[in-house]
Design a protein around this ligand. Structure first.
Ligand code: ZN
Length: 151
């Protein structure tokens, strides 16, 4: 698979400092640590090793990875594995893709209260789907749900 021409790490390295300054007070320490890990991933900042071919003396420098679970470079394979595992769970029945969207007016409340607001969103979405699916006028069945937050 060819490498993407634009990487999150490059965007963070180019614009992260300005973004952090503009959003100071609204970004958690955990989020700052993730940004830092992604910015430093596979750079000299994390150290590395030099590999040298014994035949042609070609040298290759390999920098260490951040291993942060949010890093797209480090977790690309993990994400593919997760998707394959979810696909293995699928039953031979019809599936529906349902999207629940927060009104734009909620965004300012959600940003500094992510856990609470997204918890309410997931609970409301699940209750809505379970209630409507259980109604004999609609599906009349108990359903399963896989819910993913897509920001
Ligand atoms: Zn990484």
């Amino acid at each position: 698979m060819p490498r993407p021409s634009l990487e999150v790490a490059a965007i963070f390295r180019d614009h992260g400092a300005a973004w952090r300054a503009a959003n100071a007070g609204h970004v958690s320490l955990g989020q700052l640590k993730v940004m830092s890990a992604i910015e430093r991933c596979r750079t000299a900042a994390l150290g590395g090793h030099v590999a040298r071919c014994r035949d042609c003396a070609h040298i290759r420098i390999a920098y260490n990875s951040c291993r942060n679970r949010h890093c797209p470079k480090c977790q690309g394979a993990a994400a593919r594995d997760w998707l394959a595992a979810r696909q293995a769970e699928l039953l031979p029945v019809p599936y529906y893709h349902v999207v629940f969207t927060l009104p734009a007016a909620i965004a300012d409340i959600a940003y500094p209260n992510k856990a609470a607001v997204y918890g309410i969103l997931f609970a409301a979405a699940a209750e809505t789907l379970l209630t409507i699916a259980a109604d004999p006028k609609h599906l009349g069945a108990r359903i399963g749900i896989t819910a993913v937050l897509h920001t």
